[in-house]
Design a protein around this ligand. Structure first.
Ligand SMILES: C[S@@+](CC[C@H](N)C(=O)[O-])C[C@H]1O[C@@H](n2cnc3c(N)ncnc32)[C@H](O)[C@@H]1O
Length: 285
């Protein structure tokens, strides 16, 4: 651990503090002060004490800790959901991902790490102040493979079938979805983070109405139920993270014009095209 590195200090109550180490720096806890030099000397896994004797454990921040503690404008994609989105998007090193909105850069950091230095994240944010904050957050944690774009994704000029995945965390994804679908490689996934089930319904309705070449894979919630285990005490924690968001995975299909005739000869399963079981599709029929 060196000056310039990030550190997380954890106190006896489990509270965490994120700081960047600098020469001559001091960290103020409500139970005393500790010199950054002592933190550098203790290193990850070590322990320091404030001048009042309060112990603090020292760690290099995990990605989850950094995202939850970094400065933010917009609310970040909750880390448990960001991790699940990587699974839904089937990301691997070297892939190229499209993302909007950048917000504070929380999900961007997960995407950036998953695709690695050979991969690329293109991230769109329409609010300049958020883009600036996100870029600072991402660069400060080593995310060099991210290209930041300031503007509305609905108006972006995107290369065709150029992305291995698309991740959307924005209020009205139905306003951008027609623009992003052609940019996604056929067979690959678009995943969305939507806090309200009404948004999920609205989205699927829009997909069906526009007959977009997308197959609904799944709609899910990720729930972590933590336990307080200090025998003989052992029970689910009284304080839990409640609802965060619904995750939706849609997979891009080839356009109808490029589909072979085999399916038709076998009865032509039209349900494979568009989200046929949703209310929008029924309305369009
Ligand atoms: C909830 S925040 C995203 C948080 C982000 N995933 C994170 O982890 O920090 C939603 C963001 O989407 C942006 N946004 C909404 N619609 C947009 C659009 N059409 N194009 C680009 N950005 C958009 C908003 O300005 C906002 O910053």
């Amino acid at each position: 651990m060196n000056y310039g590195d990030w550190a997380v200090l954890v106190d006896t109550k489990g509270r965490k503090y994120l700081l960047r180490l600098k020469e001559g720096g001091r960290f103020s806890h409500h139970r005393g002060v500790v010199e950054h030099a002592a933190i550098v000397a203790a290193g990850p896994g070590g322990r320091v004490r404030t001048h009042k004797g309060e112990p603090l454990w020292v760690f290099a921040p995990s990605l989850e800790e950094y995202v939850l503690l970094m400065p933010r404008g917009a609310t970040v994609t909750y880390p448990k959901d960001a991790a699940a989105l990587l699974l839904l998007l089937d990301l691997a090193p070297g892939m190229r991902v499209l993302e909007a909105g950048t917000g504070s850069g929380g999900l961007t950091l997960f995407l950036s790490r998953a695709v690695g230095p050979q991969g690329e994240v293109w991230s769109y944010e329409r609010r300049p102040a958020f883009r600036k904050q996100a870029e600072a957050n991402v660069r400060a944690f080593g995310g060099e493979n991210v290209r930041f774009f300031e503007g509305d994704l609905a108006e972006a000029e995107l290369p065709e079938a150029a992305f291995d995945a698309v991740a959307l965390d924005l209020m009205e994804p139905w306003k951008v979805i027609e623009r992003v679908v052609p940019a996604l490689k056929p067979g690959r996934s678009l995943a969305l983070y939507l806090p309200n089930i009404t948004q999920v319904v609205e989205l699927l309705k829009a997909v069906g109405t526009a007959r977009l070449p997308l197959k609904k894979e799944r709609v899910l919630e990720v729930q972590h139920r933590t336990w307080d285990v200090r025998p003989p005490v052992a029970h689910p924690s009284f304080r839990q993270i409640g609802h965060t968001a619904f995750l939706v995975q849609l997979r891009r299909l080839k356009p109808e014009s490029e589909q072979g005739r085999q399916g038709e000869e076998e009865g032509g399963d039209q349900k494979e095209h568009g989200v046929s079981e949703d209310p929008g599709q029924r309305a369009a029929q």
